[in-house]
Design a protein. Sequence first.
Length: 280
Amino acid sequence: MGRLFILKPKTKFNVPVEAEKIRPKVFAEKSLEDIKKIKVYEGNRERALGELFEIKEEAVEEDIVRIILEGDFRKVWRIGEKMGFGEILVNGDCGHYLGYNMKGGKIVVKGNAGSWIGAEMTGGTIEIHGNAGDHIGSVLRGLKASRGMKGGKIIIHGNAGAEIGTQISKGLIAVEGDCGPLPGLRMSGGTILIRGNCAGKAGARMTGGKIIICGNAGGVLPTFYIDSIAKSVKVKGEKIQGPFFLFLGDVLEDIKCNGRLYVNIDKNPELSKFKEFLGE
């Protein structure tokens, strides 16, 4: 027998609510009354979770801990932080740092999400059915290079902002729409798939991994070398049809150029000059 929790805001929040304790492991270990007493911060004020949210519990037959968030959670940050199992469903929009340092389980958002989604995560799945902000799957500012996304999967069905996948070393970030500039900044491994357009400078300072851009790439940095033409690219068992120019780089970061940047040929006619270097 599992447990299902439903949370609804009692009021509209004007300042951020630090909700890192809204995750299955914390809820699974407590009674409903104890969950309502959990302390979180609304701005600089300590509040009980039950003061801010209506909280109900239901039994479910499947062996799972599931948390459903109903309403406007745009000012609620850090949902699912360090989450290791279970499920969180957000029926609406949510704030920054969703799934930060996530290790397992699944988070689904039926709306838009803020920035730093899945930052430094090592496992699990995050799926956003709307748009997402900047720094998806990235390392937080000021932390060492090895602290980027190391595993798991992030799927954005809408658009994403700037600098997604900064310092990613493993895992998958897939954006169904467009993204801002600098995806894959300093990445060393993993995969970033952009099915729409990119605002440019993809893969800056990358040393490994691969980026696939199915739409317009916004140009290619001069520190990348043209290598070949690929008819398709495999991403987690799916064959993404091209054709694609394959560029290797970034030589400015590592002369070995182990990073791979795939750019759709048909959607980037301004790059047709590279065919001359391939004898096409």
